[in-house]
Write a protein that binds this ligand. Structure first.
Ligand SMILES: [Zn+2]
Length: 212
């Protein structure tokens, strides 16, 4: 089951209904439950009715910010959420291809879709061993407390910063400076737990998201 907090769900509905295009981002999950979405973060993107292409610098900034907030990639880079302007929440061929390309090397990932008509789907892909696909129910967990107004304000402010000028705002600039001082992980493999590994993953993901 893929669960959303009431705050994350409300934000997702709001984003879905703001435009006529698909809109996409990442689900941010709780430390103790990687299938409980506590926030939805949009990445600056070009959208059409059927596609979403993330901006590369924005993805890198997003990864930087999340690492800076003390999160690990499992909490912010595994649940791909996007909306459909119509009534169907079934993944398109493009969605399936994107999901395979971008998340195919992660141990696991979730593709979640919310249609304007209200339908929602979520599927967990497990890539270890023979691999498996698991359909997940989508639920809003109303047991969770609603976010207070202060937190809501903070989230809005962060979101505005991210969407208005993520490349310029001081936190992102500081993150980039810090990233450069981190050594390459030994062996040359992508170490998802290091800051540098996350940057490389971001570049890698972008190169695939940008390829139709
Ligand atoms: Zn789609």
């Amino acid at each position: 089951m893929l669960r959303y907090t009431p705050w994350a769900w409300a934000k997702l509905l709001h984003l879905r209904d703001r435009g006529d295009t698909e809109i996409g981002g990442f689900g941010i999950t709780s430390t103790d439950d990687l299938l409980l979405v506590e926030d939805v973060v949009l990445i600056p993107q070009r959208c059409s009715a059927i596609t979403v292409v993330f901006d590369d610098a924005a993805v890198a900034d997003f990864f930087d910010q999340q690492i800076d907030l003390g999160r690990v990639p499992e909490q912010f880079a595994r649940i791909w959420i996007h909306t459909h302007p119509g009534t169907s929440a079934q993944p398109s061929h493009t969605d399936e291809a994107t999901f395979r390309r971008v998340f195919g090397r992660c141990d696991w990932a979730v593709m979640a879709i919310l249609a304007r008509g209200g339908a929602a789907t979520a599927r967990l892909r497990w890539n270890r061993g023979p691999g498996a696909d698991l359909a997940l129910r989508t639920e809003v967990d109303y047991q969770r407390p609603f976010a207070g107004s202060d937190q809501e304000h903070d989230l809005r402010r962060q979101h505005r910063r991210r969407t208005d000028g993520a490349r310029l705002h001081p936190v992102a600039a500081r993150n980039r400076a810090r990233t450069r001082s981190v050594a390459e992980p030994p062996g040359g493999g992508v170490n998802l737990w290091s800051r540098d590994g996350v940057k490389r993953l971001a570049r890698w993901q972008e190169s695939r998201l940008g390829t139709p």
